[in-house]
Design a protein around this ligand. Sequence first.
Ligand SMILES: *[C@@H]1O[C@H](CO)[C@@H](O)[C@H](O)[C@H]1NC(C)=O
Length: 241
Amino acid sequence: MESRVKMPLLVVLLFSLVSGGLSITFTFKNNCPFTVWPGTLTGGNKPQLSSTGFELAPGASNSIDAGVGWSGRFWGRTTCSSSTGSFKCETADCGSSQVACNGAGAIPPASLVEFTLGSPDFYDISLVDGFNLALSVTPQGGSGGCPSVGCSANVNSVCPAELAVKRTDGTTVGCKSACGALGSPEYCCSGAHNTPETCPPTNYSKIFKDQCPQAYSYAYDDKTSTFTCGTGANYLITFCP
Ligand SMILES: *[C@@H]1O[C@H](CO)[C@@H](O)[C@H](O)[C@H]1NC(C)=O
């Protein structure tokens, strides 16, 4: 008799731990006046989230849950269509030919939101792979730290010609990193420049940093660009904050 009572209680307790207590909700909100197709990529050879890509109309929002310990990144694809027979986006395409990215990352240039969930959670906005879209991270709840972080400037509007990705009509739709566009070791922090000491900010990384001081502007920009939030937070990711 006693064991029959204990067993269901244990099941209920385990279920509530797994389904509620140990998952983190990411809510994606599109404040842009155009549709955005968010992409998600899980790091470390772990299983992908329940969605790796979806459509978000202007004003719409959508949520995805991740487990404790999850790490990965999010970005927003723009001007996507299937008019050529397979799904393609003008910026931050993941090359999957589908709305779902299925484990593929963004093709640069792409503004990224990066997370490592733990105690505490670490998060950042990265322009190391260039810029395509303004975005922000707003923690909801959580104990200790938990600043809102944003890159709300339109870096495309100040992008130097040698970094710009342009439409045929001349509109700049993305801004490559200096590493991506020019490839030299001093911009990529590679070769003799592979330490923070030998890879200082450059005239190009400063353009990104001036526009978005809270975002990573190049590989060793971490002192001012990584943020933490104590356990228990959910996160709102806004496009065009
Ligand atoms: C950055 O510096 C390089 C090397 O000195 C120069 O060739 C380039 O024109 C500069 N670019 C900008 C945007 O200032």
